[in-house]
Every structure is written in C-alpha cells, then in structure tokens.
Ligand binder design. Structure first.
Ligand code: UDP
Ligand code: MG
Length: 317
C-alpha cells in the first residue's frame, strides 16, 4: 500500500488544527488504496499549537509533529517537512483549509493512473482577498513571467502532491533563500494543474502582512532572475547616451547663441533624478549581494527543537 505524507506548516494555528484534523481524517477514509501520514510543522508558534499537535499525535499514530526553535517562515517549514517525510508520495497543505483536503483523492488518482510526477493546484479566483493585494499579486506574476525563464504560474498554491523522485530532486536544491513556487517549476517534470475557486480561511487570521508579501516577492525575483541587474546596466548606458546628446546640444547652442547663465532649477532636477537612478541601481546590486552573503554563510534552513519522528539520514551522521 502506498503511503502519502502530508506536510502541514502551522504558525499560531491553535483554532485551525482540530478543524483540519477532522477534515483530513474524512479524506483518509476516502483514500482506500493509500495510507496517510500527517506531518505538522510547528513554525515557532506562540500559542498552544504544539500542544494541539501533541494531543492529536497521542491519540492517532498517523500524526507526526516537528517543532522549530523559533519562527523560520513557511518556506523553511515546507523544506523541513520534505526532509522528514518518507512517504511514496508527498503533499503540502495549509492548515487553514484554503487548500481543500477533498481534492487529495483526485490528485492521488491522477498521479498513480496517469504519467504525471506532480499534481499541483491553482486558484482561478481570488474572492475574499483584499482587492489591492490581488492587484499586486497579479502584477507580480506578470512581471515574473517576463523576467524569469522558470515557469511560475499565477494563482499557483503550494498545495501539491509529488512523487518520491520529484521530492528527492527538490531536496537537492538546498538554498537558504527559498521561493518554492519557483523551485517547483525549476526542477521540471510533468505537472498537472487542478483549478479551484478560492476558499476562505477556516479559522484564525492570515499570517502574511502586505509587507511580508512584498519582501517575499522580492525574494522570488532575485532568486529566479538576474534581469534586474541587466536593467541597471541598461539604464547606465541609456543615461550615458542622453548625457552625450545633451552635451552636443549645449556645445552647439553656446557656439551659436553665446552663454547666458540660466536654467539652474532644471539642472538641480536632473542631478537629483540621476542620483536617484544611481541609488536605485546600487540597491539592486545590494539585493543580489545580500542574498549571496546569506547563501555563503550556509546556515541551516531550520532548527528542530523536538519531534516524534525518526531523524533523517543526514542528521544521524
Ligand atoms: N505559516 C507558517 N509560518 C509563517 C507564516 C505562515 O508556517 O511564518 C503557515 C500558516 O500556518 C498556514 C500557511 O503557512 O498554514 C499559509 O499561511 P496563511 O494562511 O496565513 O497565508 P494565506 O493563505 O493568507 O496566503
Ligand atoms: Mg491561508
């Protein structure tokens, strides 16, 4: 019988965990050909999420948990889950039921009966989300589409079911600055997309502020495209050309009409403008440098404080 490991990142989700559990057990009953294992990742929650997980693990041997020493973020939680999961198939699911567990049997059917290596989901609507957030999300995906060669799908969720081979390849991408939506696309393989309407959160509140999302999107761009560096270089060349043309114009004008001193306000504006562009380009450079700096430190992506699972092969060494 196949085993499916379901990775569930949780950050301050004490209300959502019991609701999730009751839903996933319903799904497990429907999956007659596979057994389910749920791996809760406690991403440094400050409420009683861990206690909820332990309670469930005590009552049900299919429930596993892993608790971080602090909040490392959802990306780290997903990575931790992938390193610990040992199922033949591995799924990633949010605890707030925005990734409907009811899709799992269909995903399992597709991955076993058809030739796909991964079954992923995307939301076709963003109902219930603040309009401004949807707007910027759309812009981000449109921009990524143009900037990066890696396929990053609009509305794609992290919710997906993967084969063991897919997971193994994913684990080889041990980078510190993780942007999973890009990593999934980068490893390739055949992916089938299931579409569904947006579902609102079962309980609790979203953990992503607008600011956090903005920083995450910059991670995505820097992680999967070097186009901003090229744009910076292009701007440099462009302004050199403009300066050269302006110089020619001024020389000719001075020769023809003499040299009346005027126009210093426009000069100030130009200086400030060019200064701004320069700082912007240095900023782009800095962003890549910072990422390289963090990457070269080779810090662990997460620190596990306690778990009821076997240690992974690397950690035993
Ligand atoms: N999450 C996490 N660590 C964080 C933030 C979020 O593990 O630092 C988890 C959270 O518990 C949830 C999932 O990531 O299971 C998605 O978060 P959320 O529902 O807040 O995001 P949204 O669905 O609003 O994008
Ligand atoms: Mg959510």
């Amino acid at each position: 019988m196949d085993k499916i490991s379901v990775i569930v990142p949780c950050y301050n989700e004490q209300e959502a965990i019991p609701i999730f559990y009751s839903e996933i057990t319903k799904t497990a009953k429907k999956l007659s050909q596979a057994e389910l294992e749920v791996i809760f990742i406690n991403d440094g929650s400050k409420d009683s999420s861990l206690a909820e997980m332990k309670k469930l693990a005590k009552a049900d041997s299919r429930i596993k948990y892993l608790s971080f020493s602090r909040n490392f973020g959802k990306e780290a939680a997903m990575y931790a889950g992938l390193t610990y999961a040992d199922g033949d198939y591995v799924a990633i699911m949010d605890v707030d039921l925005q990734d409907p567990p009811s899709l799992l049997p269909e995903m399992y059917r597709i991955i076993t009966e058809e030739t796909y290596d991964c079954v992923a989901t995307r939301r076709v609507t963003r109902k219930g989300e603040p309009p401004i957030r949807s707007f910027f999300a759309r812009r981000f995906y449109a921009m990524m589409h143009r900037l990066s060669k890696t396929e990053i799908v609009d509305g794609a969720r992290d919710y997906r079911l993967m084969t063991r081979q897919f997971v193994q390849e994913l684990l080889r991408l041990g980078e510190y600055n993780r942007f999973s939506k890009g990593l999934f696309g980068w490893v390739g393989f055949e992916t089938k997309w299931l579409e569904y309407e947006n579902v609102e959160r079962s309980a609790g509140e979203t953990k992503w502020s607008f600011w956090k999302l903005l920083i995450y999107s910059i991670d995505g761009i820097v992680g999967f495209s070097t186009a901003p560096l090229a744009i910076a270089a292009f701007l440099g060349v462009f302004f050199c050309l403009v300066a050269f043309l302006a110089l020619c114009f001024i020389i000719v004008r001075t020769l023809l009409f003499g040299d009346p001193v005027s126009g210093w306000p426009s000069m100030t504006c130009i200086i400030i403008f060019i200064g701004g562009i320069q700082l912007f380009c240095i900023g782009i450079l800095g962003e890549y440098l910072a990422k390289t700096y963090m990457e070269t430190k080779r810090r662990p992506i997460f620190i596990c404080k306690e778990t009821n699972m076997e240690k992974t092969a690397e950690e035993k060494e």
